[in-house]
Write a protein that binds this ligand. Sequence first.
Ligand code: FAD
Ligand code: EPU
Length: 304
Amino acid sequence: MAHPLPDALLALPHRREVPFARLTTLGVGGVCRWLFEPVSEAQAQAFVRACAREGLPWRVLGGGSNLVVLGDVAEPVLRLRLPAELVRTGLEVQAPASHGHIQLSAATAAMGLAGMEYASGIPGSVGGAMHMNAGAYGRELVDVLARYRFLTADGDLVEKAPEPGEFSYRWSVLGAGRVALGLTVRLAEGDPDRIRALVADYRRRRGTSQPLGRRNAGCIFKNPPGLSAGRLIDQAGLKGLRVGDAEVSPDHGNFLVNHGAATAAQFAELMAQVRDRVRSVHGVDLEPEVEIWAAPSPHSPITG
Ligand code: FAD
Ligand code: EPU
């Protein structure tokens, strides 16, 4: 039954059987059977091309901070390990997709450049932030994005400026089998004291409203237009609702936390209960904001 992965893939740096507890901030899920960690764009391209050639399904992982994994994952998983170099040219800063997002925000602030303060508390990688068009406090990545670079599903390399419709609230064109490789942000000359004050203010607001001391994946549901999912969950009386070690945070209704040993089944059950209760109390159907990786299909060709 075992599907031997092609030699072109096995030649790339990879690890076997890595628990998602170590790959995600939430810490729920089974094991990642094949974790490929290319250290260059050429290796990432070789990965995508080999999978495309063989018709192999695959996934891409960043910092795992927006991910709920509901079982083992047998498909090859790509996690970029590109050199963590930032290149500044005037008001523009270029970063690889595997660079830390918070670290990019901090580095641009240290350069005296204003515009990425909003990202100072959004964990994960630059690639994940590109895919999700991550944002906070009225700003999002596309607001500062000058150019971005990615591989198509066939492994072709594209670099372009963002166009209308390519990035919206917690969504981008970088799904659909594409791999973000890097970006260039365009920022503004800033006053270091003002940048520091803004970052401190965002940190304080986040620290008082979000359960940062527990394992979580950020907000679990998208805010419906004009509404706050957190407030809807709170008003439905669901804070503190618990299934095993999975709990609706008493601090923020849209954060579902793992007290340490939450299983995928417990987490999925808690998400379902929250959706059902919000639907019956408010008549609103909440849509997940997190990416959900379901257990592999029993028909998956990859078992080894
Ligand atoms: P992952 O979780 O690894 O992946 C998320 C998705 O992006 C997956 O579909 C994955 O396949 C895809 N992806 C990852 N890398 C690539 C790549 N190179 N190319 C293509 N696709 C890729 N988010 C916000 O927007 N605003 C917030 O204020 C915010 N606050 C948070 C606070 C906390 C405490 C936590 C834990 C999370 C928070 N998040 C927030 C969610 C999360 O941090 C962001 O969505 C983040 O940008 C995800 O990046 P990641 O690298 O961890 O992505
Ligand atoms: N609220 C409640 N009860 C709660 C939670 C919130 O009444 O349990 C109320 C708050 O008092 C506030 C309103 O709801 O009046 C909005 O809450 P908050 O300011 O915490 O923002 P949010 O809409 O819940 C969004 C993003 C966050 C981002 C913050 C700050 C979504 C789904 N969430 O949260 O992003 O950090 O704004 O800009 O868009 C994420 O995407 O993972 C995330 C954490």
